[in-house]
Design a protein around this ligand. Structure first.
Ligand SMILES: Nc1nc2c(ncn2[C@@H]2O[C@H](COP(=O)(O)OP(=O)(O)OP(=O)(O)O)[C@@H](O)[C@H]2O)c(=O)[nH]1
Ligand SMILES: [Mg+2]
Length: 520
């Protein structure tokens, strides 16, 4: 590691610890005396931070080696910032002297944290990097009006620093995938070849023991082959993890002394909730609840050992049978995304923007049609841990049932939704025609799909032309449309209340039908 150099005289080592670390002293030369100076530069964390007001000391903590604990009897220089004592290894663990890692947040006015001089914890300055340095700018910069003079507006960054931005940043490490890449990961159809495990062979042998001449047959049976089972797992969200072929585990062969072979273990294939299992055009199973299972292929029966064929008329059978091969099938899996509500709208209506506004889902949003290429499910949280799942699917166009646009293949993801949210773009001329088109396409796909419980959302109300269109839309629809703006968040509460109402009604209807409502 390159030696860290003390570059400025105003940087004091915490508790004078550098004097007790001989290796550092050798590298850096004798410690220089501390003198107060307003400048501060740090070669480790890049460009020099802003000037410190004169009279403020900054303490640079030295990394402590184990056993390098400061002893109370040794003379130590006092830092100007009052901090709790540091334990050995704190610096190595990335803790600062104020206790456990504090959030990178500017202290509120009136809080206990001192705001001048001691507000920027020095150890954070050097361990947290440039963000923390910028945070410190907010505290160290003299009041903006002092620089700019009275009556001049201060630029916001002068007093906010980068703290606000840091709080809104995505967690580091995980990069968001683009819609195109996400589509590659999302698979909603699979052809699958499954073979059950082969049964173990039976054994033909005779008991052998000293002074026991006719011990008789003692060949054991083979174990059964393992089944291949499809099991619903709520953690799995697409069929991408399902491979094209599965072979079950074979059973063990029978052994001597009537030992039976071990059965082959069951092989589980994890599939998402809402998987339909088909063989040809015949639907075999609808795995719509977490924990549902379907035996895709049975394991073969184990063979019989010669002991099995022992009979009164045949006291020494030599016959044994081989294990049976497992069942072999070609299955088709089809995923129909399960969600409580489905967002249905033309391309660019703002479905994805709406889902982003009401949930934590992050579908791509852009000003061109067919931005969304795969279904996204977002969860809306309500009081009492109630969760409503809302699915966003690719935009629907007129003639989708004739395979226009992206076709209607993705409409099966809407099919399972308990209720629908029709999203209309209120800023285009004659927005009411959109609803007719959407309903027509839904009915072409499945009769009666459009008459499910639904709400009509008129999006983009923040635009002037949308406001002008609203009265006519309300008059023509005859039903109430929720006018809102996904971009500005205007009137989203009304949508959330309506969503909750639709969900409660859906749950009540499911319970009435004797079905357990879907839980997320
Ligand atoms: N002014 C305004 N623009 C909006 C609003 N909602 C969405 N938009 C814009 O409309 C465009 C399309 O938004 P998306 O959310 O991608 O629309 P979509 O319905 O998901 O589109 P597809 O995925 O292609 O079907 C984007 O440029 C958004 O910024 C809104 O409430 N007001
Ligand atoms: Mg979209």
């Amino acid at each position: 590691m390159a030696p860290v150099q003390e570059d400025d005289d105003d940087v004091e080592t915490a508790g004078g610890l550098a004097e007790r670390v001989p290796s550092r002293r050798k590298l850096e030369g004798p410690p220089r005396p501390w003198t107060a100076s307003p400048g501060l530069s740090d070669p480790v964390s890049g460009p020099p931070p802003p000037k410190v007001p004169s009279g403020t000391r900054v303490v640079r903590p030295q990394p402590l080696a184990r056993g390098d604990q400061p002893r109370g009897d040794q003379p130590r220089r006092r830092a100007s910032v009052c901090l709790p004592p540091m334990r050995a290894g704190d610096a190595l663990r990335g803790r600062d002297r104020a206790g456990s890692n504090p959030p990178l947040r500017r202290p509120r006015p009136g809080s206990d944290v001192p705001s001048e001089g001691g507000a920027m914890k020095p150890s954070r300055l050097f361990s947290a990097g440039w963000q923390a340095v910028m945070e410190g700018v907010g505290h160290w910069t003299p009041p903006a009006w002092a620089i700019l003079g009275p009556g001049r507006l201060a630029p916001r960054w002068l007093w906010v620093g980068s703290v606000d931005c840091a709080e809104r940043q995505e967690p580091p490490g995980k990069k968001l995938l683009s819609e195109k890449k996400l589509k590659r990961h999302f698979v909603d159809r699979r052809r699958l070849l499954v073979r059950g495990g082969r049964g173990g062979d039976g054994l033909s042998c005779f008991h052998s023991e000293p002074r026991k001449e006719f011990g008789g047959p003692d060949g054991g049976d083979g174990g059964s082959g393992g089944h291949v089972i499809l099991r619903v797992d709520q953690q799995v969200k697409s069929l991408s993890s399902v491979q094209s072929q599965y072979q079950g585990f074979d059973g063990e062969d029978g052994g001597r002394k009537n030992c039976f072979g071990r059965n082959g273990a069951v092989l589980y294939i994890r599939v998402p909730v809402g998987t339909l299992v088909k063989e040809g055009n015949k639907v075999l199973a609808d795995l719509s609840r977490p924990g549902d299972e379907y035996i895709a292929a049975l394991g073969g029966a184990g063979g019989k050992g010669n002991r099995f064929f022992l009979a009164n008329d045949n006291r020494a059978p030599v016959t044994c049978t081989p294990g049976q091969p497992g069942q072999e099938r070609v299955l088709f899996l089809e995923l129909k995304t399960m969600a409580h509500a489905g967002l249905v709208g033309l391309p660019n209506a703002g479905k994805s923007s709406l889902l982003r506004a009401i949930s934590n889902a992050k579908p791509a949003v852009a000003a061109y049609p067919f931005t969304t290429l795969k279904p996204h499910v977002g969860i809306v949280h309500y009081e009492g841990h109630q969760q409503v799942a809302v699915a966003d699917v690719p935009g629907l166009v007129r003639g989708a049932h004739r395979n226009r646009g992206l076709g209607h293949a993705f409409l099966r993801h809407i099919e399972r939704c308990g209720f629908l949210l029709f999203v209309l773009d209120l800023s285009v001329p004659q927005p009411w025609t959109q609803l007719d088109d959407l309903k027509h396409e839904l009915d072409q796909y499945e009769k009666g799909l459009s008459s499910r419980p639904h709400a009509i959302i008129a999006n983009k109300i923040d635009l002037p032309q949308a406001r002008a269109n609203l009265p006519e839309l309300q008059a023509r629809l005859g039903a109430k449309a929720i006018a809102l703006s996904a971009a500005t968040g205007e009137n989203l509460e009304e949508l959330l209340l309506c969503l909750k109402e639709l969900h409660d009604r859906h749950v009540a209807a499911e319970l009435q039908r004797g079905r357990q409502p879907l839980r997320w």
